[in-house]
Design a protein. Structure first.
Length: 80
């Protein structure tokens, strides 16, 4: 059963615009050489990524990898 969304025209309050650091779809399609690691994550984080991956029909490990790659790239851009 679908819940109907009701849109309203209310003020948003203080809004802060941040730079877009997310990779383009073309960059996401590029396969980079991978390195296997063992990493302990919190149960809460893994459950979140598994749920979001299921919603988006992808693998949760891929989502985590892309998130980390986007973070590294944003940090690289900030240091130059």
């Amino acid at each position: 059963m679908s819940v109907k969304i009701k849109y309203t025209n209310e003020p948003l309050g203080d809004v802060k615009v941040i730079a877009d650091f997310l990779p383009s779809p073309a960059e996401l399609a590029f396969n980079e050489e991978g390195v296997k690691v063992t990493l302990a994550l919190s149960k809460k984080s893994v459950e979140f990524f598994k749920l979001e991956a299921a919603k988006n029909h992808t693998q949760y490990q891929r989502m985590i990898r892309r998130l980390l790659d986007a973070y590294v790239e944003s940090q690289h851009l900030n240091t130059n």
